[in-house]
Write a protein that binds this ligand. Structure first.
Ligand SMILES: NC(=O)C1=CN([C@@H]2O[C@H](COP(=O)(O)OP(=O)(O)OC[C@H]3O[C@@H](n4cnc5c(N)ncnc54)[C@H](OP(=O)(O)O)[C@@H]3O)[C@@H](O)[C@H]2O)C=CC1
Ligand SMILES: O=C(O)CCC(=O)C(=O)O
Ligand SMILES: [Mg+2]
Length: 417
């Protein structure tokens, strides 16, 4: 079926997904990409160039990506007559199973809701996977950045983050407040006029599908622990239940048993026989723990908003948001994206670090099973950083570095492969 603005490449095939969620990846897969707002215009073309070079070098022409641009955000609004979130983009991302996106702008305090969040919700991309590790040579604010090696599984479909809220003074907010006071016996709303209201849904099913994925990852990657991060002492029936349902799942589906009387648990990795510890930490304490005792944490499963905060904080700890990658995953669809946003003050200046999006593409290549190309990207990134040929964000914290533009850093990665 022809699309309104999306042009399907004349060469290449769709990736398909089997009933057991494994992928059939043709040698020339068509991969949809969203350029992104703000610095998307700088980093997306560099990401494509680096990925193409890695694939060419790894497979000498026997494999190749057919890129297909799809539109969301500012570019979509221009093309589709004010439609920021065209239905055909959603349809294509679902149909082609694997895609990658640049950052998209969300106005603060009003205007439209986050397109990034909408994409995750519409495609039920319930896991936001954000690995955080240090690259040798990257300037970091901590003394031993090599001790930080964590993988965040952030719940992506629930929580206060999903946007069920009403502005202060509206009929809706007044109605919800009245309902809470008159029908639910709530007496604790300190100022009940001009009061905005938000709702925080957290379910057993939503929690357990996320924790299941995180525990499976811990097993597959042979990692030592999974930490449930929550603020369950205060938000007992949302964040507290997240913790309880997480432990419950570890026990019921992975055979975990109480460790020293609990609440921590442990079980043996069925592949390696090594012990996996399942533990929990309260979210505020976790922010100091990751700074002071990072080597005690490995895989983290947490709620949507905690995961948002924790992923930017951990990214800074290993040298910054400019190299923090991520993926949004359902069981069938995977959309890769950087952790950072659109950094509007740098848009169009060919200045920022494209590393986040490039490393997100590196995760995408591994998802396809193209590990040789992914390894080349890591080599290229390592070599560019160790040669101290870096973008402004690293340059300002390094001595004797050579300052490169965004596109020059891409070239340096290619040269370093
Ligand atoms: N998934 C998504 O698409 C996301 C979208 N957003 C959206 O992005 C917009 C801007 O958000 P904002 O809060 O400013 O956060 P940003 O992540 O866009 O930028 C914050 C700061 O992070 C640094 N930074 C970001 N990207 C890079 C990069 N590639 N290279 C080097 N440094 C970088 C810059 O720091 P410095 O100033 O020190 O140089 C920048 O000023 C908002 O509309 C927000 O909603 C935000 C997060 C995720
Ligand atoms: O959607 C947005 O604008 C922000 C999202 C965000 O910060 C994130 O997903 O990390
Ligand atoms: Mg964020």
């Amino acid at each position: 079926m022809p699309y309104q603005h999306i042009k399907v490449p004349s060469v290449g095939e769709k990736i398909t997904v089997n009933a057991d969620n494994t992928l059939n990846v043709p040698d020339q897969p068509i991969i949809p990409f969203i350029e992104g707002d703000g610095i998307g215009v700088d980093i997306s073309p560099v990401m494509i160039k680096v990925v193409d070079a890695a694939v060419k070098k790894a497979y000498n022409g026997s494999k190749q990506i057919s890129w297909m641009e799809v539109y969301t955000g500012e570019k979509a609004a221009e093309l589709y007559d004010g439609d920021w979130f065209p239905a055909e983009t959603l349809e294509v991302l679902k149909d082609y199973s694997v895609g990658i996106k640049g950052p998209l702008t969300t106005p603060v305090g009003g205007g439209f809701r986050s397109l990034n969040v909408a994409l995750r919700q519409e495609l039920d991309l319930y896991t936001c996977l954000r690995p955080v590790r240090w690259f040798e040579g990257v300037p970091s604010p901590v003394k031993e950045p090599e001790k930080t090696n964590m993988v965040i599984f952030r719940e992506n479909s629930e929580d206060i983050y999903c946007g069920i809220e009403w502005r202060a003074g509206t009929d809706e907010a007044t109605k919800v407040i009245k309902f809470l006071q008159e029908e639910m016996g709530v007496t604790k709303i300190r100022f009940d006029t001009d009061c905005g209201i938000g709702i925080k849904p957290v379910s057993k099913e939503g929690t357990q599908r996320l924790v299941r994925k995180a525990l499976q990852y811990t097993i597959d990657q042979d990692l030592p622990s999974l930490t449930l991060v929550h603020k369950g002492n205060i938000m007992k029936f949302t964040e507290g239940s997240f913790k309880d349902w997480g432990y419950e799942l570890a026990q019921a589906e992975f055979g975990a048993e109480l460790l020293d009387g609990g609440p921590w648990m442990s079980f043996k990795n069925p592949n390696t026989g090594k012990q996996i510890v399942v533990k929990d930490v309260i979210a505020d304490a976790m922010l100091q723990q990751v700074l002071l005792r990072p080597d005690e944490y490995s895989v983290i499963a947490t709620l949507n908003l905690n995961g948002d905060y924790l992923s930017d904080a951990l990214a800074a700890q290993v040298g910054g948001i400019g190299i923090a990658p991520g993926a949004n995953l359902s069981d069938k669809v995977a959309i890769f994206e950087a952790t950072h946003g659109t950094a509007p003050k740098y848009a169009g200046q060919d200045k920022v670090n494209p590393g986040s999006l490039i490393l997100s593409a590196e995760m995408m290549l591994r998802h396809l099973g193209w590990n040789e190309a992914a390894d080349l990207i890591i080599d290229g990134m390592n070599n560019a950083i160790q040669a101290k040929t870096v973008t402004y964000d690293f340059d300002r914290l390094m001595e004797d570095a050579t300052l490169l533009s965004c596109s020059e850093f891409g070239e340096a990665i290619i040269k370093g492969m």
